[in-house]
Ligand binder design. Sequence first.
Ligand SMILES: CC(C)(COP(=O)(O)OP(=O)(O)OC[C@H]1O[C@@H](n2cnc3c(N)ncnc32)[C@H](O)[C@@H]1OP(=O)(O)O)[C@@H](O)C(=O)NCCC(=O)NCCS
Length: 215
Amino acid sequence: MPETAANAPETPGGTVTDIPAAALESVRDLTGVMITTGRLVLTAPSPADVDAIYRICQDPAIQRYTTVPSPYEYEHARDFVEKVVPVWAKEGSNAVFGFYHATSGQLLGMIGLHGISGPEAKNGAMAEIGYWTAPEARRQGYTVEAVRAICRWGFAQLGLERIEWIAFDGNEGSRAVAVKAGFTVEGKLRSRWVHRGERHDGWIGSLLPGDPIPR
Ligand SMILES: CC(C)(COP(=O)(O)OP(=O)(O)OC[C@H]1O[C@@H](n2cnc3c(N)ncnc32)[C@H](O)[C@@H]1OP(=O)(O)O)[C@@H](O)C(=O)NCCC(=O)NCCS
């Protein structure tokens, strides 16, 4: 049983806060979750973020290495914020958070734990991590900080027993982030995915509850 917000542990580099008690009953309604770290706040994106998400998702690296729609239209951003993320949160199937600069409030990127439950779930205690970061916010360690925080939260609050990282072969940036956050790269999945009309190899790695998550 996940802990309530009232007794959530202080975690190195971040504090898990503001999980409504009702969200921790049998149906894991993840609405209203907020996770704070030294520099960041992680919480669901709001309608005020639609313009920024639309702009950021035009980035060629995000289009190349993630499964965002391509071309990425304004309606995709609006639906994501207003429909997809809230429904996922309500059903507890995917926990998706924007990560924001704690002082300025600037949206820096998006991060999620996917397949926690529902049709995409591999079993009841696993999730797959995904993330993208705004081009102007890269190479400042924000993504690693967000990955560490959401993984600690996933273990502590969702009782996850394995968090998987999967990336297209050659996505060195994603791999560097995962390794820096403590993931073990487990291998290559040959010809595993068709993405934007081309078949790709993939990399897979994992983080387990007992693994050290570097500060
Ligand atoms: C991959 C991505 C999330 C990295 O974000 P970031 O904010 O630059 O990452 P961080 O600043 O936290 O960097 C963490 C480490 O990764 C390294 N790194 C980041 N991008 C890198 C790259 N392209 N190549 C090699 N190393 C990279 C950083 O140098 C840093 O290591 P250091 O502290 O030893 O220097 C970002 O480039 C991105 O959004 N890419 C497109 C979307 C994507 O690929 N998402 C992942 C899908 S699986």
